[in-house]
Write a protein that binds this ligand. Structure first.
Ligand SMILES: Nc1ncnc2c1ncn2[C@@H]1O[C@H](COP(=O)(O)OP(=O)(O)OP(=O)(O)O)[C@@H](O)[C@H]1O
Length: 699
């Protein structure tokens, strides 16, 4: 008899059907009693040789059997309804809570374990509520009443039945704590296995590439073995429990039968009384036996209850006490002396950051890896609250808006996009369910992906696989961009949103985005500085502090860090264009874009950041002294190249561009002295496509 407050709380959602199911279970038990009474009557008449009087009790027995079948069916229907109601309400509550938790909780929990709680754990609660609870109520209520009935016929029989009942119901309580602990261990083991399996499935391409599938298989086998051991340990306690209950039930029934026989032999009870005692003794233990059976169904719910309670009561990283609705027009975003450190981190990720992103303007945040760019965005979205300082939207603290409203007003595209195993159109309509087909196409065009989507086998109705598996990294990002544009939020946040898109396409998308997101406040975090040089304001972050703010020309003139970042970006571009793996040595006298621009401005600083005394540039650095940042950039470049190559191959196999090469291409040819590599030619073909698209759109 295990009662867990979390499970009783969950049961409240289905209390009506649950009350009905419990009442009907009682009615079913009454039919058993009626049947026992009628059988006792029939047996007594047989003993008396009164066969003529048998018809009525036997007809009554048949009627109660039929009635029981009907009541039993109705009881199961109601119990299933109660279970389903509880299940749906609980999953809803847990999902809603997960939605408010943010990354604070996500860092501790593994997706597979949360999935196990949400799916299997909640199924266990269903079984506990719909089967175990009604049976538990009946078991507590019926046997005492039956003991009274037996006492009225043969008081001595109660002396045999009562201790056996007490043993059957009370003895397992000695094991409750152990049972609960074993159940908990089993559940944790199950969660760990579920989490490992999900992770292994999601990471299968990486595991295959690293040749680590064998090692992972062995680790999963060890997990499975651990789960098996936990299951056996749980079963051992559970079987001792069931064995003791069975012993008490059998012993009590036999003892009651002996008392009934002795009482019949001594003439203390008539034949009907003796039969009645025998049959009622069996009925006394029926609920106990049934409870023992249902216990196994509900045990999973008890095991998962602690995990469910922890998830349901988990505190979000920020309180949702604001009431203001989402801003309707493009707001001004302001960071005022913001300082923030992640819990448990050695130092703050942001220190006294102040800047204003003007209403309806584009503000870019740039800086080396780990400078705090994503943290800024997390604070704007109130995934965390600053330790000091304020983040305001239109002059009002973000905490004054309800969390849902604030986040509804800010459309975000991050480097890690999430697409669902659904059609392109369904993925897009996630942002705005009522968007028309024309609106979907317009958003896709602005994100530079309409043509590719239209060319899919079923166009916008094509299912794109889990996480958009059938699309390239760049296509996934552009689809996510289209989705954010469709959301129509007054603030658009792009966190390296085009990092997997090739640069030529990125420039075109940048232009289209600017047009599509006109009138919204745009906050852009970008690694490639080429994509933010037109921003109205650029904020340079370094080690959590604002190192400089200004426009591109201003920063080139006075921020060595910015000039260095621009130079590094130009180095990457040069490397990509040569198609060389790794870092390219620069030709003597060759200057990168950052240097050229800085020199052209003749500020007198001679682009100190880009060209330091040792003239060591990104392009000159060796593989060993390149920072993680550079390596990350290289990886991204490789991705881009793959993206380019895939795109190029597609074109080669069928989509051969037949449009005559225009003067722009000839210029490109001349520029490269006719030494263009395959990548360049493909890129030119793409440009051609883009130009044709632009021309078509303009027309
Ligand atoms: N959840 C977290 N818990 C603890 N520290 C974190 C967490 N997320 C980020 N940090 C730390 O905060 C600092 C800023 O990280 P952030 O992700 O904001 O940098 P970033 O500028 O966006 O970097 P990148 O360009 O590489 O994405 C880093 O030192 C990082 O290690």
């Amino acid at each position: 008899m295990m009662l867990h407050p979390e499970l009783l709380r969950a049961a409240r959602a289905g209390r009506r059907p649950l009350a009905g199911a419990t009442a009907l279970l009682g009615a079913v038990a009454l039919t058993h009693l009626a049947q026992a009474g009628l059988l006792a009557l029939a047996l007594a008449r047989i003993a008396r040789g009164d066969t003529a009087g048998l018809a009525l009790p036997l007809a009554g027995v048949l009627a109660t059997v039929a009635l029981r079948a009907g009541l039993g069916h109705r009881q199961r229907v109601l119990a299933v309804r109660a279970g389903a109601t509880v299940r749906v309400a609980l999953r809803d509550a847990l999902l809603a809570r997960l939605g408010t938790l943010g990354p604070a909780r996500g860092a501790d929990d593994r997706a597979g374990a949360v999935r196990a709680t949400l799916v299997d754990g909640v199924e266990g609660v269903d079984a506990y509520v719909s089967r175990y609870l009604p049976q538990l109520i009946l078991t507590c209520a019926l046997p005492p009443l039956l003991l009274l009935a037996v006492a009225a016929v043969e008081p001595y029989a109660v002396l045999a039945l009562a201790p056996a009942l007490a043993l059957a119901l009370g003895a397992p309580r000695w094991w409750d704590r152990l049972l609960r602990r074993r159940g908990q261990e089993h559940w944790e083991s199950y969660e760990a296995l579920a989490a490992d399996y999900l992770e292994a499935l999601q990471a299968m391409p990486a595991l295959r590439a690293a040749g680590a599938t064998g090692r992972t298989r062995r680790r999963l086998e060890e997990r499975s073995a651990a789960l098996h051991r936990a299951t056996v340990a749980k079963l051992r306690v559970s079987l001792v429990d069931t064995g003791l209950t069975d012993l008490a039930v059998q012993g009590g029934t036999v003892a009651a039968a002996l008392v009934a026989c002795a009482s019949a032999a001594s003439g203390r009870t008539a034949a009907t009384g003796t039969y009645l005692v025998l049959l009622l003794a069996g009925e006394c233990f029926r609920p106990v036996r049934d409870l023992s059976r249902e216990w196994h169904a509900g045990y999973l719910g008890v095991s998962a209850a602690d995990g469910i309670a922890a998830l349901r009561t988990a505190h979000p990283a920020v309180p949702d006490t604001g009431t203001l609705p989402a801003p309707v027009t493009a707001p001004e975003l302001r960071f005022q002396d913001v300082t923030f450190g992640y819990p448990g981190a050695a130092g703050p990720a942001l220190r006294g950051v102040s800047f204003t992103a003007g209403a309806g303007l584009t503000t870019a945040v740039v800086g080396p890896s780990g400078a705090g760019k994503s943290t800024l965005l997390a604070l704007l979205l109130r995934q965390w609250d600053p330790d000091a300082g304020r983040v305001t939207v239109d002059g009002t603290d973000t905490a004054a808006y309800s969390l849902a409203a604030l986040r509804r007003g800010i459309a975000v595209v991050s480097q890690e996009t999430y697409l669902f195993h659904a059609s392109v159109a369904e993925n897009l309509r996630l942002a705005r369910p009522d968007a028309s087909d024309a609106e979907l196409r317009a958003a896709a065009r602005a994100a530079g992906i309409h043509e590719e989507l239209a060319a899919l086998p079923a166009g916008y109705a094509t299912v794109i696989g889990e996480r958009g598996a059938t699309l390239s990294g760049g296509q996934r990002q552009r689809l996510a961009l289209a989705r954010a544009l469709l959301a129509d939020a007054p603030v658009l946040v792009l966190d390296e949103a085009t990092s997997a898109v090739d640069e030529r396409r990125e420039a075109r998308i940048g232009r289209a985005l600017l047009a599509a997101a006109k009138g919204r406040t745009r906050l852009v975090v970008a690694h490639r500085l080429a994509s933010v040089r037109d921003a109205d304001l650029i904020v340079v972050l370094d080690a959590g502090r604002v190192a400089a703010t200004g426009t591109h020309p201003e920063l080139l003139a006075r921020s060595p860090l910015y000039a260095r970042l621009v130079a590094a970006g130009a180095g990457e571009t040069a490397q990509r264009n040569t198609g060389e793996p790794g870092v390219r040595e620069r030709e003597p006298g060759e200057r990168d874009t950052g240097e050229r621009e800085a020199e052209e401005r003749k500020t007198g600083e001679r682009a100190a950041g880009a060209r330091n005394s040792g003239r060591r540039h990104v392009g000159e650095r060796t593989r060993d002294d390149r920072s993680g940042d550079d390596r990350k950039a290289d990886e991204r470049n490789n991705d881009d190249r793959n993206d380019n190559e895939r795109g190029a191959e597609k074109r080669k196999t069928g989509e051969r561009v037949t449009v005559a090469r225009n003067s722009g291409e000839r210029y490109a040819d001349e520029r490269n002295g006719g030494q263009r590599n395959a990548d360049d030619r493909n890129a030119d073909e793409r440009n051609n496509d883009d130009r044709n698209d632009d021309e078509r759109e303009a027309a």
